[in-house]
Design a protein around this ligand. Structure first.
Ligand SMILES: [Fe+2]
Ligand SMILES: [Fe+2]
Length: 176
């Protein structure tokens, strides 16, 4: 997602995460793919925005929700490639890694730290301690699924296009 596309998000949301999205290390998330064509940065931005909207609607702590969600996947490596020296499966460990990375850059409150560490529930057994954290777990899965299905849908559409083009060309060849 290019910077001009960030403009589509509302100003209040952008003000809350401004310090985070303009941080050089956070920007590095643009280098890594999260799901198919979606980068870690774009994934976190979408998750953060939905968490912000939901938490604001229900009078929850939407600031912490937006901040923690923007940082929830700040692990900064390609999870498809085995990392030398990294122990444990990515799904079980990256919440903690993201939180450690985020704490080096920003002053996070306890809720934000817990949201990041436990965002993989129920894959990891530890349950998030806040409602905002629970919302993050669901929004994260929702975004992951839509990012995946979006690509699969377009690939299936392309398959259909090729199938019909092939059938059309075959008919032309038979006729002439
Ligand atoms: Fe994650
Ligand atoms: Fe995520």
């Amino acid at each position: 997602m290019e910077n001009n596309l960030i403009q589509k998000y509302d100003e209040e949301f952008l003000n809350i995460i401004d310090e985070i999205i303009n941080n050089e290390t956070v920007q590095e998330m643009k280098k890594y793919r999260q799901h198919y064509e979606t980068t870690c940065f774009d994934h976190c931005l979408a998750v953060s925005y939905y968490c912000f909207l939901i938490c604001k609607k229900y009078n929850l702590d939407y600031k912490s929700a937006a901040r923690a969600s923007m940082l929830h996947d700040l692990f900064l490596y390609d999870w498809r490639v085995k990392q030398p020296g990294r122990k444990g499966l990515h799904a079980f460990t990256h919440g903690k890694i993201a939180c450690e990375n985020a704490c080096k850059l920003f002053d996070l409150n306890d809720k934000e730290k817990d949201m990041i560490i436990n965002h993989m529930w129920p894959v990891t057994l530890a349950f998030p301690k806040s409602v905002e954290g629970l919302i993050l777990t669901f929004v994260d899965k929702y975004c992951a699924m839509s990012e995946t299905f979006e690509v699969l849908k377009s690939r299936m559409f392309m398959k259909k296009v090729f199938k019909y083009a092939y059938a059309f060309l075959s008919l032309l060849i038979i006729r002439f």
